[in-house]
Design a protein around this ligand. Sequence first.
Ligand code: PNS
Length: 162
Amino acid sequence: MSVRAVIPGSFDPITLGHLDIIERASTRFDQVVVAVLINPGKEALFSADERVDLIERTAGHIDNVSVDRFTGLLVQFCHARDIRVIVKGLRAVSDFEYELQMAQMNQRMGDVETLFMTTNPEYSFLSSSLVKEVARFDGPLKGVVSDVVADALKQRYAERGP
Ligand code: PNS
């Protein structure tokens, strides 16, 4: 039996912390689907197409990883693709409370289990919001995002200014 897992998120943009979770999950599941939430109510720095493209160019070297997008509830996406496992990275205890609520709700609504992976300590401080803040003021991005994401961030802020 082939076991599939989904790694959901906004990925605005994907960081090396996300990549670490994707790489590690890809060694434990037959297939990993990275699912980008399209949330029309939330303004993103990168469009859905750009976020998908940046993930593909950052994690595309991993054979059993694919990238998809979803709107609405994650459990609906899981059911439509016969996925029963969600993988999430936990950076700190502060992540846990909300993640626990979502995991329990997703379990109850859709019989989809959430498995938490501890973030590599090298990236436990990292978030997409923090990366955008650094990029906005032309700070160093080496070691926190892939080169393609660093270039995309620089270009976006050059276009729109800080
Ligand atoms: O990268 P993020 O923004 O922290 O990811 C959050 C995400 C996309 C995983 C979460 O908001 C989500 O699953 N949203 C889809 C709507 C949904 O299913 N909500 C959970 C109900 S319990």
